[in-house]
Write a protein that binds this ligand. Structure first.
Ligand SMILES: Cc1cc2nc3c(=O)[nH]c(=O)nc-3n(C[C@H](O)[C@H](O)[C@H](O)COP(=O)(O)O)c2cc1C
Length: 130
């Protein structure tokens, strides 16, 4: 099964989770700033982001809009903010409009409790990827 991790992170919290996921899966988590378009076909894409002044960054919105069902079978979201639910909802809407399956649950780590939540990444990855 092919798995990839992509994220947008201004302050580093989302990156911390992405990197922990990458470590668990033995793959490199890549920022969408470094790779603005997904270049490979994947079964599962872990996609992380957070709100800034209530909305996700435009780069993440554009990235999600550009994802094609031919490249991505299923997306699993992760986020780190106090009020991320709106961002998760928006991402889910964009992706399902693109006919991409998005898991109902997502990984959440509060930005001030990242270190505490890192061990939970392992459990989450096991549950999702096996
Ligand atoms: C300029 C700015 C605006 C923010 N606005 C919000 C917001 O509206 N709602 C929220 O829940 N968090 C907000 N946050 C908090 C971030 O979403 C939170 O720190 C998140 O973990 C950032 O992820 P990152 O470290 O990967 O960039 C804001 C942070 C910054 C720097």
């Amino acid at each position: 099964m092919k798995v990839a991790i992509r994220y947008y992170s201004k302050l580093g919290h989302t990156k911390d989770i992405a990197d922990a996921m990458g470590e668990e899966l033995g793959i490199k988590a890549i920022s969408i700033v470094d790779e603005p378009n997904l270049k490979e076909e994947v079964d599962i894409l872990f996609l992380g982001g957070a709100p800034y002044a209530n909305v996700m960054d435009e780069k993440l919105r554009t990235y999600a809009k550009g994802l094609k069902k031919e490249l991505v079978k299923r997306v699993i979201l992760f986020t780190t903010s106090n009020w991320s639910r709106r961002t998760v909802r928006s991402l889910r809407k964009i992706l399902t409009n693109n006919e991409i399956e998005v898991d109902k649950d997502y990984f959440y780590a509060h930005m001030l409790k990242i270190n505490k939540r890192i061990p939970k990444v392992k459990e989450f990855i096991k549950k999702k990827v096996g």
